[in-house]
Ligand binder design. Structure first.
Ligand code: PLZ
Length: 448
């Protein structure tokens, strides 16, 4: 894809341009105001204050143009201010901004649910309910599974991330910064071992047998409402389970009246080269949670799944003031249209080819890159002390800091903070993507 052919065409100059240090004087001034008025608990990875973004760039108050390899954590998959999103949002905001779907409904909500029924894995009868954030979707998926099964327990996995609300904090694995001091957490949440090929060397079937044994012995299918799993783990380190793991867990759930919930909040909507990460192995979840990429940057989330499960909840049992807000729904319809029109699932695979090429070359040069993994435009490298599996968080931070200082937005993740992840908007041009990876390569050379 070239600048001229990318979705939306060349609205902002698609270039990396640094005119000040990062952060520049304008951002530094605003950081003082942030310090004065914004709670310290709300952090920022790369503190440049943004004035515009689109295609593959983010432009700051000082006139710096940075290459975006983060998409606001896998949200702006169709690109920032994507034309199809902007036009629908503008039309909707001028017509009406909110009535509350639970008070007086509107088409946009139903349209989004219809599309989710078509796009999510499986061709069975499906229904959806809409919410505001990923965490809220996960909470509601658990509520639905509990009502539908009449059981309480929830199984999640090592390295999982499901959100920051009370129930989802319990479901999230990592203590710092997500959980520390915030307990007590919701009960009846149990953790099973994840398939982590780089660290456990197990096949998918072996890892599934290990997890099922833990679930069976420590929880018991008779108490278990649902298993919630990210088909590719996000915050936990872009861990891709070994082939066979997801199908085996899903089959065990089906055989034991346990609801299999795929959390596709980070991996969904073309990110992994398919509409959903579950599609890769033909896994059909009972329920799917989505958010992030669904609406091109507006807050929207959904639970979609088997109509019989979704309808198990009593009338009025699901909702919320803003869930499926009309502007967010308009944005989602625009984002999904962009994904279809520009075949962004295919585009994610093209992006993968470019990134994988560059990252494998880097891995050959730098022994600190112990693992390269992911799928589509969701790739990561795990950094360890050469020849070991001992995490190297310091080098990870140094590489990322170099990228930031040189105008490339990179994100880190992982239980040990030793993973650099790459999540470019699917609207980025090949040229810009290559330039960003030149900088990543420089970062490794400069931090040896
Ligand atoms: N499930 C798989 O990736 C959000 C969190 C960033 P919300 N991940 C980014 C942070 O530090 O808060 C996420 C996810 C998966 C659930 C969530 C939660 O989605 O929209 O942030 O609530």
């Amino acid at each position: 894809m070239t600048d001229a052919t990318r979705p939306g065409g060349p609205a902002l100059p698609q270039e990396r341009k640094l005119v000040t240090a990062i952060p520049g004087p304008g951002s530094l001034e605003r950081l003082d105001r942030k310090k004065a008025f914004v709670a310290d608990g709300v952090g920022t990875t790369l503190p440049v204050f943004v004035v515009a973004a689109g295609g593959g760039v983010i432009v700051d108050v000082d006139g710096n143009s940075l290459i975006d390899l983060g998409s606001g954590i896998a949200v702006a998959s169709v690109g920032n201010a994507a034309p199809g999103v902007v036009s629908r949002v503008q039309e909707q905001v001028a017509a009406f901004t909110h009535t509350c779907f639970m008070v007086t409904p509107y088409d946009g909500y139903v349209d989004v649910c219809e599309q989710l029924a078509q796009l999510t894995p499986g061709d069975h009868a499906k229904k959806s309910a809409l919410f505001n954030s990923g965490a809220e979707a996960v909470e509601n998926a658990v509520k639905i599974a509990r009502v539908a099964t009449g059981k309480d327990a929830v199984v999640v996995f090592d390295h999982a991330y499901h959100g920051r609300t009370n129930l989802t904090m319990a479901m999230t694995a990592k203590n710092m910064p997500y959980k520390h001091g915030f307990g007590p957490f919701a009960g009846e949440v149990y953790r099973a071992p994840m398939s982590y090929p780089f660290r456990d060397g197990l096949t998918g079937e072996e890892a599934a047998a290990r997890a099922i044994d833990v679930i069976d012995k420590q929880v018991g299918a008779g108490n278990l409402a649902c298993v919630v799993i990210e088909p590719i783990q996000g915050e936990g380190g872009f861990i891709v389970p070994a082939p066979g793991f997801l199908p085996a867990i899903s089959a065990w759930c089906s055989a034991n009246d346990v609801v299999f919930i795929a959390d596709e909040i980070q991996s969904g909507f073309c990110r992994t080269g398919a509409w959903f990460a579950c599609d890769d192995e033909g896994v059909v979840p009972d329920l799917v949670t989505t958010a992030k990429g669904i609406a091109g940057g507006l807050p929207l989330a959904a639970v979609t799944g088997r109509a019989d499960l979704m309808d198990a909840v009593h009338a009025g049992g699901l909702g919320g003031t803003y869930g499926g807000n009309p502007i967010a729904c308009a944005a989602a319809l625009g984002a999904m249209a962009e994904m279809r029109e520009h075949e962004l699932d295919r585009r994610a695979r093209e992006i993968e080819a470019i990134m994988r090429d560059r990252l494998s070359a880097l891995q050959e040069q730098h022994a600190v890159i112990a693992d390269l993994r992911g799928r589509g435009a969701m790739l990561a490298i795990e950094l360890c002390r050469p020849g070991t599996t001992e995490p190297d968080a310091a080098r990870t931070a140094a590489v990322s800091a170099y990228c930031h200082a040189h105008g490339v937005v990179t994100l880190t993740c992982g239980t040990w903070g030793n993973v650099v992840r790459f999540l470019p908007p699917l609207s980025i041009s090949d040229e810009l993507l290559r330039e960003a990876f030149d900088v990543v390569a420089e970062a490794f050379a400069a931090t040896t």
